[in-house]
Design a protein around this ligand. Structure first.
Ligand code: MRU
Length: 353
């Protein structure tokens, strides 16, 4: 389920959907240089852990267009690695590019870079489908236990806009729709960057029943037994299962735990950082305070605009992600199946075939 590709190759460039313009405008943007790709990731024209990884991989290919020397490759890898700190798929994808390209002669590097980037994109597409396949079982089971729609709460955007395929957290939802399992998605707005509005836009286009809620409404709805399951994506999962995801995820996990509502993370194994032993080792991105002090929307005449919510000199803290401890996570939906958050290592060493 990816009605509009998030990223496609166009000659020696890529064309992306500019996510800063959504949900009001569907605009494409051609990225023709390493700098343009790095800026697109930093400014969140592209966003979501798997899509960031794939975009960075294509960024390496673009960077090698006229110069495929060792120095240029090292510069491209370092530039892209510095764009965003938390989503580990970025480093995973750059690691794959390094491994494929470093030992190659310069003459073959440029073409090999495109091939590897394309392979990363294709595997993400398949990974999303597999996550949907395994995750839908949870929704199927809930549907059998209750009459009416299965009420799924999510956070941020972990749908097709965040990946090269159907998404991570939303892949089971799209699969449920395909199987006629009745679902209703509770979408939290996800201040300050409002990725929930991207989820709302996606779900509306796909005809998935949904309700947009303020972030702060999640606890009440969970307490009132109006939520059957919470599924979110992840930006980095530590070896012990502690999970970094968009700020606000932790509060949803706490409320879900307190009310015995299952809380699942949907993420590919490339989002697991086995070199990070626990959540406190995951770097948390701190973003510009202006994201909290302003709000971007559309006025009554359909004109996009930015409103100031508090004086510019206001002191702001704007951590972009939080850590949900493994003990609050019912399971992790991966492309190999669902496992306990504390059993990731066995999933890595013995992935079911
Ligand atoms: O800051 P963003 O928009 O890149 O953060 C995205 C998220 O936190 C997603 O929920 C996460 O990357 C999962 S993506 C499938």
């Amino acid at each position: 389920m990816q009605p509009t590709p998030t990223l496609v190759r166009d000659g020696d460039a890529v064309v992306i959907l500019d996510q800063r313009r959504l949900p009001f405008h569907t605009e494409r943007c051609r990225l023709e240089s390493l700098e343009a790709v790095a800026t697109a990731i930093t400014t969140m024209q592209v966003r979501g852990a798997p899509l960031i990884g794939a975009t960075a991989a294509f960024g390496v290919a673009i960077a090698l267009h006229t110069d495929a020397s060792d120095a240029r490759l090292a510069h491209a890898l370092a530039t892209l690695a510095g764009t965003r700190p938390t989503a580990v798929n970025l480093h995973w994808a750059l690691g794959r590019m390094r491994e494929r390209l470093e030992g190659l002669s310069e003459d073959f590097r440029h073409e090999a870079a495109w091939e590897e980037a394309q392979a990363i994109a294709c595997s993400d597409f398949e990974t999303c489908a597999a996550i949907g396949h395994f995750g839908v079982e949870l929704l199927q089971n809930l549907a059998q236990r209750r009459s009416g729609q299965v009420r799924v709460m999510t956070h941020c955007n972990a749908g097709w806009l965040a990946t090269m395929g159907a998404g991570t957290a939303l892949a089971p939802v799209y699969e449920a729709m395909a199987r006629d399992i009745p679902v209703h998605v509770l979408v939290s707005e996800t201040r300050p960057r409002n990725q929930g509005l991207l989820t709302q836009w996606e779900l509306a286009r796909a005809g998935v029943p949904h309700t947009l809620i303020a972030d702060n409404a999640a606890g009440l709805l969970i307490a009132r037994t109006e939520v059957d399951i919470v599924i979110t994506g992840a930006d980095r999962v530590a070896a012990n299962g502690d999970t970094a995801n968009k700020i606000g995820t932790y509060l949803k996990a706490l409320a879900a735990f307190d009310h015995d509502v299952p809380f699942y993370i949907a993420a590919p194994l490339s989002t697991v950082d086995f070199s990070c032993r626990a959540g406190e080792e995951i770097p948390i991105e701190e973003r510009d305070g202006d994201e909290v002090l302003t709000f971007t929307g559309m006025d009554e005449r359909g004109q996009p605009g930015r409103l100031r919510l508090a004086p510019a000199e206001t002191r702001v803290a704007n951590p972009a992600f939080d850590i949900t401890p493994a003990r609050l996570i019912s399971g992790i939906i991966t492309e190999y199946g669902i496992c306990a958050a504390t059993a990731l290592d066995s999933m890595r060493t013995n992935p079911p075939v």
